[in-house]
Design a binder for this molecule. Sequence first.
Ligand SMILES: Cc1ncc(COP(=O)(O)O)c(C=O)c1O
Length: 472
Amino acid sequence: MTGPSALVKVEQASRAAMNAPSARPTAGLSDGVLGDVAQRFGTPLYVFDERALAERTAFLRASLPQGVGLCYAMKANTFVLPQLSPLVDRVEVCSPGEYRICRTVGVPQGRLVISGVHKDEATVAAALADAAQPATVTIESEAQMRLVDQLAQRFGLRVPVLLRLTSANQFGLDACKVRELAGRYLRATHIELRGVQYFSGTQKTSAKRIGREIEKLDRFLASLEQECGWRAPEFEYGPGLPVAYFEADAFDERSLLVQIGRHLQEMSFTGDIVLEVGRSLVASCGTYLTSVVDTKCNRGQRYAIVDGGTHQLVYFGQSMAMRQPSCRLLRPGTPGEAGADRDHAACERVAGSPAADARTTCDHAAGDPAADTPATCDGLASAPDSERELWNVFGSLCTVNDVLAKQMPLCGLREQDVLAFSNAGAYCATEGIALFLSRDLPRVVVLDRAGEPHVVRDALRTDPLNTPSSFR
Ligand SMILES: Cc1ncc(COP(=O)(O)O)c(C=O)c1O
């Protein structure tokens, strides 16, 4: 792909990326819509917006070089699979449960990539059962290769496999093992060596780092041809595309995608390229709604307790307490009315802005540990709605770690207000410590392209899962 024609392609790719439609042309769901949904379905609640999902997928496709495929890592969000799977080329599946979800929602087997360090025989066998279109299987160990080969022989199939190259952890295979297996299975009857897979981490914002990684992988792919005579037809790569969850995370996404596209175009590798993407595809389609159930002033600090928590809102690691997420305040009682949106300029948390104009404490006893109970603690009631105050937003988990936001400037927050956290479409509904404290799982609503809400999972009690079975 090098040489003048490749450079023309690179230029075209760059131009296409710069002209790609905005990732958020509709600027997300309005407060009126979110307030309406919160009132109708209750909180805590996940709202996933199909239109935003489709626009985001189109944006990523338009930003990447033509012909680069997309594989959705479904661990990021299983609830939008029915809407998203027709828009991507493949779906990466990492457990028997994920596989069953794919079957239930009807993702064709031939579009599945069965991945993961632990592949059980029953799931792999089921994924290969459709002889007309068996799933692709990643190979992360010799034992996995043997299993796939045995099953392929049993079913009389030729199974496409991707040899996963390790990034120096428990995943995948050492480079020498990839070479060895490639050499051994190059002419195997039941194994089709489809390509190489690589994923080394998420939230990567450095185009330079990704570029270096792509160059290294390009050299590795070339070495496979030179040393084992295997020209891999395909390279499936997880670039770990980032999402700016917190203001401090802001990065130039268009420029990052242009540079990644350029690095991919400049590879000497001439086979197909598929990008494995999770969070970057789905984060922006999701909003997490949680209601303020209590407010208090403790030692000069305002606390808002919400009905959700960090078991349901997971951005990236445990960083919620350190930085401020994108969050806005909805006021109940005015669902869907024109003008129901609150004055964002005044009331949305203004990220990065000095909180100098915000009331930092709610009484005069701030910082005085001896003054456990100040004579008066009336600061909560006294602030006018137009005035910003700093709130510590905590969930219902009864642990000091359950911090959704610290010192968040908000105007006129009251009990029953709803907080809307953006970028909650990836990992929040799937990665949280959902069973802790036996709180119910939130309802999940998907807004279809016409904006109609559909409950795709009802709220679910978790106490039966946490009760000894002999007492149930
Ligand atoms: C193998 C593999 N591919 C792709 C992904 C998706 O990563 P991301 O959500 O950063 O796009 C993951 C996430 O853990 C993964 O393990």
